[in-house]
Design a protein around this ligand. Structure first.
Ligand code: CA
Length: 376
């Protein structure tokens, strides 16, 4: 009897040791901040205070996103006891909305909030760290970036520009867009001038459409005047505030082109390195908080505004037909194949994403996927 107990204790002890060893290993491989040895200075320096500028790609106080940046600045101020104060500027207030990448890179401002697909003209590979059509949702983008190597690739991509990228929010799954014609087949996208950024826009072009980029404030007027035939924007909350239901009839879903768009905080790396360690950790922690809060707010507000849009008598909300979705999916594969053949950085990052997808999808297939169709 005693011998059995001793054996069991030995077994338990060994098991605990091996679990502890495995945990240590998994923690090491799941670092949210891939940057190593970024700070050599003191942990805390009460003598120095810092005043930073943060630009954003959003209009000033833009619901959820601009508001979130304002909150982030407040959190950082409180956590640092006022040693790091950040002034937040909406797009166009200090610099044009889409010049944040250069402004942070050259040190004119210290931070910028946006999304990596805005810099696609400069760094096409960044789009894969923003959102991938027919890719994965917000939670899994986080899983890839924060724990499965995405962060390291992102930092490598931005290192030549003296930029440190940090995940700072996610829009969650968006809507497909507003149209004034029915989309019954892929041919209905031919000749369509549609506001659509990122890889989704390239897929639209492959389907015969014309993707167009414009600042958020110009979309409504352009749709009303027929400069564009269609637009995607975000989801029921922001779309309702924009009033798109007044100028377009058909509201299609889902947003195949933006399943979970990652929002990025760009930080000037040299200035980040010059901060005491506690302020660096405060920035990272505040960004992680924003990363969690933003998708929660999107879900909350979209769920509240969905019935408002559905109640609009002139709006017809409908899913993209299966055949259209299948066709867009095929065109997505063609688009990404072409891009990765031309651009080695895109190839490296997308290959890493595919590896992650191969690992994670079997898990979601037996858990959330079957569950969703049975939800009470
Ligand atoms: Ca969008």
């Amino acid at each position: 009897m005693k011998k059995t107990n001793k054996k069991r204790r030995t077994f338990l002890k060994k098991s605990i040791q091996s679990v502890a060893a495995a945990s240590t290993f998994s923690l090491v491989s799941c670092q949210m901040d891939a940057t190593e040895n970024i700070q050599k200075g003191p942990y805390i320096n009460f003598n120095n205070t810092y005043r930073w500028k943060m630009t954003t790609t959003w209009s000033p106080n833009f619901p959820v996103l601009g508001e979130g940046c304002n909150e982030l600045a407040q959190w950082i101020k409180k956590m640092s006891g006022g040693r790091l104060e950040i002034n937040v500027y909406g797009g166009g207030e200090l610099i044009p909305a889409l010049e944040g990448f250069d402004a942070v890179s050259n040190g004119a401002v210290e931070m910028n909030h946006g999304s990596a697909y805005y810099w696609a003209g400069k760094l096409p590979a960044g789009q894969f760290l923003s959102t991938i059509p027919f890719g994965v949702n917000a939670q899994l983008m986080d899983t890839w970036i924060l724990c499965n190597g995405g962060q390291k690739l992102w930092e490598e991509l931005y290192a030549p520009f003296d930029l440190l990228p940090i995940s700072a929010g996610n829009t969650g799954c968006q809507m497909g867009g507003w149209f004034n014609r029915e989309i019954n087949s892929i041919n209905d996208l031919k000749g369509l001038k549609m506001r659509m950024p990122g890889l989704g826009g390239k897929v639209l072009a492959k389907a015969g459409g014309t993707p167009m980029l414009m600042a958020g404030g110009e979309i409504y007027t352009n749709l009303e005047r027929g400069v564009i035939d269609a637009t995607e924007w975000i989801g029921p909350y922001h779309d309702y505030l924009m009033g798109f239901h007044n100028v377009a009839k058909y509201y299609y879903y889902p947003g195949w082109h933006e399943l979970g768009t990652v929002l990025e905080m760009l930080v000037n790396k040299s200035k980040f390195k010059a901060l005491p360690t506690d302020l660096q950790e405060i920035i990272r922690t505040a960004c992680l908080r924003l990363n969690r809060i933003v998708p929660i707010k999107f879900d909350t507000m979209n769920a509240s505004y969905l019935p408002k849009i559905q109640a609009e008598p002139t709006v017809s909300m409908r899913p993209y037909p299966d055949a259209v979705m299948d066709n867009l999916r095929e065109k997505t594969v063609e688009t990404i194949t072409e891009l990765t053949e031309q651009d080695p950085q895109s190839k490296k990052i997308y290959s890493a994403f595919l590896e992650f997808q191969k690992k994670i999808i079997p898990w979601t297939q037996i858990t959330e996927k079957p569950f969703y169709s049975k939800m009470i």
